[in-house]
Design a protein. Structure first.
Length: 216
């Protein structure tokens, strides 16, 4: 997990219990035990254990905030809101492949002075983010090119040429510079060209996590 929060200070802003001196206390900054990023990373590792046989996904934490306000309609009550924003990507062949993003929110209400509902609500909000990621990968892995782990190319309607004509490429006889340095023929209007690319469009099929194309 990579912490990309613009404000990496305390995760929560909670209203403490009222006292005789402070009947209407203001919200105070409260961080998770061990620090916000460290605590959330431990939670994610427990909720979604890493499987090194699968894709090495990176979770980018963009926002995680718990904000409380006094309920103006119900004295002695507190309203809470949790906001979660994440982005997900993975490294493939040295390139970062952006996958998807998640934005979720949760609300809760509690009596002033009772903080027991805050932690389970935050856990549930983070669990929903992990559930979204798991579902997205499961649904997109069979057909999304961003999640492909390999490419397989099949050639159809092609007969390998057995002659020594270099017009047909043969891996056993690779082309080199000498193939293009022969004497110029006199007369005629035709000249050879070599195109190292192909404009052919081939339908894609998926076999597991690999994308296969059939060229004709």
């Amino acid at each position: 997990m990579v912490d990309e929060r613009p404000d990496r200070r305390a995760v929560a802003s909670l209203i403490p219990p009222a006292t005789a001196a402070t009947l209407a206390p203001r919200a105070q900054a409260v961080d998770l035990q061990g620090g916000g990023a460290s605590a959330m990373q431990k939670f994610i590792q427990q909720a979604l254990p890493a499987n090194k046989q699968l894709r090495p996904l990176t979770i980018r934490l963009r926002e995680c905030r718990v904000t409380e306000t006094a309920d103006s309609k119900a004295p002695g009550r507190v309203d809470g809101r949790i906001t979660i924003k994440m982005a997900f990507d993975w490294q493939r062949d040295g390139q970062t492949i952006a996958l998807t993003e998640y934005q979720g929110a949760a609300r809760y209400g509690r009596p002033a002075g009772q903080l027991g509902v805050v932690e389970p609500t935050l856990r549930q909000a983070l669990t929903e983010a992990m559930r979204y990621l798991h579902t997205w990968v499961k649904q997109n892995a069979p057909h999304n090119a961003k999640l492909a782990t390999g490419v397989q190319v099949f050639f159809t309607d092609y007969t390998e040429n057995q002659d020594t004509d270099t017009l047909f490429y043969d891996p056993k006889r690779p082309l080199d510079f000498s193939d293009f340095t022969g004497p110029r023929r006199s007369g005629g209007i035709r000249r050879p060209w070599c195109f190292p690319t192909s404009p052919t469009k081939a339908p894609r099929r998926w076999w597991g996590a690999k994308c296969s194309s059939a060229l004709r």
